[in-house]
Write a new protein. Structure first.
Length: 119
């Protein structure tokens, strides 16, 4: 028992670093702190109040109604939206109650139960 614990500790302590690139992606690299109040109005600062209305900004209220945005109220009734009430009982919908125990559904049941029949 003591030897196996020692072997496990040596294996854990001798772990090597991964081959991943160190640092951040260049698009996130800035020469200043974006949270510093002095740098609040830098043009490439995503927290700049002017950028709130930039067409590419996720914080732009106009983008709430973008056709590709899932939060768009119009997409609620889209035929391929699984949350559409019309699609509730569609056989291909993973949220269909019939598919609750289907093993090909890619996630656990939404009611918090497990798929195991023994429980």
């Amino acid at each position: 028992m003591k030897h196996s614990l020692l072997i496990v500790m040596v294996m854990c302590l001798s772990a090597t670093t991964s081959d991943a690139e160190m640092g951040f992606d260049e698009k996130y690299d800035r020469d200043y702190n974006i949270f510093n109040p002095v740098n609040k109005y830098q043009p490439d600062n995503p927290l700049n109040p002017v950028n709130k209305y930039d067409p590419d900004s996720a914080f732009n209220p106009v983008n709430r109604y973008d056709p590709g945005n899932p939060a768009n109220p119009i997409n609620q009734f889209s035929p391929n939206n699984p949350f559409n009430p019309v699609n509730q009982y569609h056989p291909d919908n993973p949220l269909n109650p019939v598919n609750k125990y289907n093993p090909t559904v890619p996630f656990e049941p939404l009611d918090g139960t497990t798929r195991r029949m023994g429980k």
